[in-house]
Design a protein around this ligand. Structure first.
Ligand code: FDA
Ligand code: NAD
Length: 455
């Protein structure tokens, strides 16, 4: 089979690939030098849309719910579900939307619907499932994550129909079809993390009867304190979502057509279900490179310029375990802000090195966010040490607004805010970056947002 050769290849066509492509163009990549190889059939897009606006119902069916429950600004947001080409990168950060035509104009080859099944870094060769051979001089690995499946643990019945996972636009399309087919049906969401919370909300907005199941004592334990979680659990309960904590799904019963009908829980309960969505975590896609490149903490180890242990091979986004300069620690981050910034940083480093120059070390301030119903939170920094909660976190308040600080060694190292204005979110970001001293936890709790706004 014919061999294609490129100076630069980005392997993966997700968020990092889109932002890397834009930076390649900014740096003056020449026509024909760059290729993006992706198993997805579409140009890079803003993946976060898939668990939010992509799953909104059509306007007509939502109208009544909006009148009953939502604020006007949310009504506009919910008016139409997001669809491609509306959210191709780089609109998520307020940038230009890169349509396939943009790649063509720049001479960037978009090689879509192409899964690479073999990578040989020593001979700089990638081979696709169809047997195509791609050669590169410089490779940027941007393969992201894949979902952890219940079938991986041999959960009985986990391969029944209408049990969904959500990673790519194809997965979202299948879920949209199921939501249409199972109107007013019962949805069980397995997992209490990002997918669990965002999907429970969006399924409820679609008028399904929603239950959420997770093993921990409170939702999103990776980040939330018990106090933060209590707000979201209360808010979701007020919306009519049933929350079942401290247990897991151990099996599924299906009907004669193989469609899921029941979820069996470890505590003995059985839940009826027409649709199940599973969000029990992700796993970085490093498998192609096993034994060829150094790994750390489950990801591909890089330096502060996203160079791996193999010359001319970079790794960015979810797959990279990189030096988090602020905390003097190697970390992997599975969030969109880092995927964008790491991609841009790597491309700048590539071009600088070609002219014997260098760029500054990557100095990342962790930033995570989520949105559901008409809630929206942001978190910056590190969630370690003691915590204080401030503000109105009563889930029944008309306009709840609250936050949390994390304090380590007398300094504020992390900050969380629900329903902040853009200025307030900037203020908490600054706190996490500057790490101001905290006189006392009581004082910090009393001052709340005022503390951040004066930094
Ligand atoms: P990403 O997963 O975006 O892209 C990887 C690409 O590589 C995919 O196109 C994949 O098909 C391709 N690929 C993999 N292996 C391949 C192979 N062998 N051959 C060819 N192609 C291959 N974060 C956040 O901060 N806020 C949010 O609200 C959300 N929301 C959100 C919703 C949903 C549904 C998901 C799944 C994830 C989020 N995230 C998020 C996380 C965020 O989207 C994620 O961190 C970034 O997409 C990571 O970008 P990458 O480019 O590293 O991987
Ligand atoms: P996650 O790690 O956020 O949450 C996994 C959750 O699964 C855990 O909190 C736990 O409650 C639950 N769990 C684990 N084993 C279970 C079991 N056997 N039964 C029931 N529950 C179980 O992962 P996720 O929510 O699946 O998200 C997948 C990826 O997508 C992550 O990389 C995440 O960062 C990303 N994502 C991010 C956002 C965001 O940043 N807003 C939104 C959606 C997805």
């Amino acid at each position: 089979m014919a061999e294609k050769s490129f100076k630069y290849v980005i392997l993966g066509g997700g968020v990092a690939a889109g932002y890397a492509a834009r930076e390649f163009a900014n740096q003056g990549v020449k026509f024909g030098e760059l290729a993006i190889i992706s198993k997805e059939a579409v140009a890079p897009y803003e993946r976060p849309a898939l668990s939010k606006a992509y799953l909104f119902p059509e306007f007509a069916s939502l109208f009544l719910d909006l009148l009953l429950h939502s604020k006007f600004h949310t009504a506009i947001g919910f008016a139409a579900p997001a669809r491609l080409p509306g959210f191709h990168t780089c609109v998520g950060s307020g940038g230009e939307r890169l349509l396939p035509e943009w790649y063509a104009e720049k001479g960037i080859a978009l090689i879509l619907g192409t899964e690479i099944v073999k990578a040989d870094l020593a001979s700089k060769t990638l081979i696709s499932a169809a047997g195509e051979i791609f050669k590169f001089h410089i490779l940027v690995i941007a393969t992201g994550s894949t979902v952890i499946r219940l079938t991986d643990f041999g959960v009985q019945g986990a391969d029944s129909k209408n049990i969904f996972y959500l990673r790519e636009v194809d997965d979202a399309d299948k879920l949209v079809e199921a939501i249409k087919a199972k109107k007013k049906g019962k949805a069980v969401i397995v997992g209490g993390g990002y997918i669990g919370l965002e999907l429970s909300a969006v399924m409820k907005i679609n008028n399904l009867d929603v239950s959420m199941v997770y093993p921990e004592p409170w939702c999103m334990p990776r980040l939330f304190t018990a106090g933060i979680a209590a707000f979201y659990e209360g808010y979701y309960a007020n919306k009519g979502i049933q929350i079942i904590k401290g247990t897991v799904a151990v099996g599924f019963n299906a009907d004669a057509d193989g469609e899921v009908k029941e979820v069996k829980l470890k505590d003995g309960r059985v839940l009826e279900a027409d649709i199940v969505v599973v969000g029990v975590g992700g796993r970085p896609l490093t498998v192609l490179f096993k034994g060829q490149v150094e790994e750390d903490k489950g990801g591909i180890k890089t330096d502060s310029f996203f160079r791996t242990s193999v010359p001319d091979v970079y790794a960015v986004g979810d797959v990279a375990t990189f030096p988090m300069k602020m905390y003097d620690e190697m970390r992997r981050v599975e969030h969109v802000d880092h995927s964008r910034k790491s991609a841009e940083h790597a491309v700048k480093a590539i071009f600088a090195s070609e002219v014997g120059k260098s760029v500054d070390e990557y100095d990342y301030l962790p930033y995570f966010y989520s949105r559901s119903f008409n809630l929206s939170w942001q978190f910056y920094g590190d969630n370690v040490g003691a915590t204080v909660l401030f503000g109105d976190n009563n889930p029944s308040s008309e306009n709840p607004k609250f936050g949390s600080y994390w304090i380590k060694d007398g300094k504020v190292v992390g900050a969380f805010l629900e329903s902040g204005t853009p200025e307030e979110n900037k203020a908490i970001a600054k706190v996490a970056r500057v790490q101001p001293p905290a006189e006392s936890l009581d004082q910090l709790a009393k001052e709340g947002l005022t503390f951040a706004c004066k930094i």
